[in-house]
Design a protein around this ligand. Structure first.
Ligand code: AMP
Length: 176
């Protein structure tokens, strides 16, 4: 990526203080989605994480991971698999619970969505504490597939979320 392309993406991220609760600085990526040139740059940047690596499927995490992940999958010619918050997937699922700042959450994946040995790129908009992505990696691992990369548009590096992602190859386009 060209440095000015990265700068344009960073300039478009809108900081919203105290959303969804006091003390959280929410990184709003919708201005990137709404701009055709910026959306194209963001997808190309995320897909670059898989440069020279064969990817069978992109796994996107509920919900903004679907937007970026589906476009990245299309660009790579790979399949797309959603990991959803519990209760949304209709077929047999594998479930993983993880801790949030307050309380617990659960995500799930269709048991037959990835096959043993398949090579997976995980995509989400933002890495914060790493709880969500860590749970996603466990689900993929439990189904026997291999996570060859994890790509985020934004990483809140001060939260050290990548420490919860084991030895996966983790890359972020914008880091704070
Ligand atoms: P975590 O499990 O702590 O890494 O949180 C990651 C998930 O929460 C991602 O799917 C993000 O979309 C969302 N998230 C967490 N913190 C923020 C933030 N400051 N701004 C925007 N989204 C966030």
């Amino acid at each position: 990526m060209l440095p000015e392309e990265i700068r344009k993406l960073a300039d478009a991220v809108r900081d919203v203080p105290d959303f969804p609760k006091p003390g959280i600085l929410f990184k709003d990526i919708t201005p990137i989605l709404a701009d055709g040139a910026l959306f194209e740059i963001s997808i190309r940047a995320l897909a670059e994480v898989a440069h020279g690596i064969h990817i069978d499927k992109v796994v996107g995490i509920d919900a903004r991971g679907f937007i970026f992940g589906a476009a990245v999958a299309h660009l790579l010619g790979a399949g797309f698999v959603p990991i959803r918050k519990t209760g949304k997937l209709p077929w047999a699922t594998e479930v993983e619970a993880y801790s949030l700042e307050y309380g617990e959450a659960e995500i799930e994946i269709h048991k037959d969505a990835v096959a043993p040995g398949e090579r997976i790129l995980v995509v989400d908009d933002l890495l914060a504490t790493g709880g969500t992505a860590g749970a996603a990696l466990k689900l993929i691992d439990r189904l026997g597939a291999v996570t060859v990369g994890v790509a985020f548009l934004i990483e809140l590096a001060f939260l050290k979320g990548r420490d919860r992602l084991g030895d996966a190859k983790v890359e972020s386009i914008l880091s704070y």
